[in-house]
Design a protein around this ligand. Structure first.
Ligand code: ZN
Ligand code: ZN
Length: 339
């Protein structure tokens, strides 16, 4: 197994004197996620809770112990007053059934991700259908589709629906104690949380990785267009001194990081246009963009390629080149060509 370097617990203090503790959990064997605990000496807010996998839960408990031992702040899971989930991805909310055994604190998430947490089984069945259609139209072979769907459904089998007590909307800053900013794109209900002069960017902006994109045709309010709009939104925020992401390291230069992420998408969009001088399926575009990838990365690459193709198609820079086929078949492979 890959040995990942994990930071110990860290503490940041906001301009208003609030403490933000953060520690990593191993959400999946090769994915470290950051947990945040905000304390003003009275109210304690827990932001995200890991994947719910055994190691992730252990790391979560160890993180609270480390806060006590390192900083002498006697906070445990039972002291949490509010639980805020930054978005509906498993590495951020999957630990909810586990922490429910330790605290009855109300759980909040943006309304667009609420049903993912509270009606998970229904959501998986419906999302799987959408995904299958996408894969078919992308030109993924039947055999490969079956393998991808099995992987998708296996990874989703760990969580059990957990009731959500409140919707995390921007006007509720006072109730929650932090200012949510809705930034759809990476996930429909993605929020950044502003705590005085520190912004928890969750998976909207990360220090090293360009956050994953998937097409809106699979899930509404995702897709590159929403994401780029949301980047501009966060760029306009004033008074942000430091950003802390849902993974990876703290970021001092938010505008610089946003610029770098935009450049990655710009060059990827140009590459897609280049590839589509000849009619090309999304699966072939994905192969040309990302080369040979394995296991879950096959799906991630296809979604990423799909998001870029969709963005260009929406803007009329690509057209479907095989109209006759599309007309005749129920779920045809679409071949895109640049205009
Ligand atoms: Zn995410
Ligand atoms: Zn994540």
């Amino acid at each position: 197994m890959t040995q990942l370097f994990m930071e110990p617990v860290q503490k940041f203090v906001t301009s208003a004197g609030r403490c933000i503790y953060t520690f990593p959990v191993l959400a999946f064997p090769s994915l470290v996620a950051n947990i945040y605990v905000i304390s003003d000496g009275g109210r304690v807010i827990l932001v995200d809770c890991g994947s719910g996998m055994e190691q992730s839960n252990k790391d979560l408990l160890a993180g609270f112990t480390a806060i006590q031992e390192t900083f002498g702040d006697p906070i445990g899971l039972a002291d949490v007053d509010v639980i805020v989930i930054t978005h509906g991805h498993m590495d951020h909310f999957g630990g909810l059934p586990f922490i429910r055994q330790h605290t009855g604190a109300p759980i909040g998430v943006h309304p667009l991700d609420r049903r993912v947490l509270s009606h998970y089984e229904e959501r998986v069945v419906v999302a799987a259908r959408q995904l299958e259609t996408f894969l078919q139209r992308a030109g993924v072979s039947a055999e490969s589709r079956e393998a991808i769907m099995a992987m998708y459904l296996y990874a989703k089998g760990v969580y059990r629906s957990t009731p959500v007590q409140f919707s995390l909307e921007e006007e509720q800053a006072e109730l929650v104690g932090v200012q949510p900013h809705h930034v759809p794109g990476h996930c429909p209900g993605q929020v950044c949380l502003q705590v005085d002069d520190i912004l928890l960017t969750a998976d909207h902006v990360l220090s090293r990785t360009t956050p994953h994109q998937a097409p809106e045709s699979i899930t509404n309010h995702m897709g590159l267009a929403h994401y780029l709009d949301s980047l501009a939104r966060i760029e306009r925020l004033e008074g942000v001194r430091l950003c802390l992401g849902g993974h990876e390291e703290p970021m001092a230069d938010l505008p610089g990081r946003i610029q770098a992420i935009r450049q990655v998408h710009d060059s990827r969009l140009n590459r897609v246009l280049d590839i589509c001088r000849e009619p090309t399926s999304t699966a072939d575009i994905s192969r040309q963009l990302f080369g040979e990838v394995h296991s879950y990365h096959i799906l991630l690459a296809l979604e990423e390629a799909g998001a870029h193709v969709e963005y260009l198609y929406q803007r009329g820079e690509l057209v479907a080149a095989n109209l006759e086929e599309i007309e005749q078949e129920p779920n045809p492979v679409i071949r895109y060509q640049r205009v």
